[in-house]
Ligand binder design. Structure first.
Ligand code: FES
Length: 103
């Protein structure tokens, strides 16, 4: 069984910002895209890079190491060298709380 865990507050994640949170030893990248919160794996699917050290632009995050970009809503890898998608986490927002479901 899985449940939602509060990981952050909306007020600490403005539009266009992202941050890493850790739940059950899983590093998760939270991103605010025009007011919609997305949660994907923080670890790049190509190698050992933290995407929270990368760049967010137009609903995508760019890896700081080799420049692959990922769709923050779907996790899809958009250009090489990464060719595997990121894990996408279910989230919900309750008031000011951002909650992530770990499965
Ligand atoms: S580590 Fe992210 S593209 Fe290589």
């Amino acid at each position: 069984m899985s449940e939602y865990t509060k990981v952050a507050s909306l007020s600490e994640l403005s539009s266009g910002e992202m941050k890493m949170v850790t739940v059950d030893e899983e590093d998760i990248l939270l991103a605010n895209v025009d007011g919609t919160i997305h949660a994907v794996s923080d670890l790049c699917s190509h190698a050992d890079a933290s995407l929270s050290d990368g760049y967010i632009e137009e609903g995508e995050v760019e890896c700081p190491l080799h420049g692959s970009r990922f769709n923050l809503a779907t996790g899809e890898a958009l250009n090489l060298p990464a060719d595997e998608p990121l894990k996408v986490y279910e989230i919900k927002v309750e008031g000011d709380d951002i909650l992530v479901r770990i499965t």
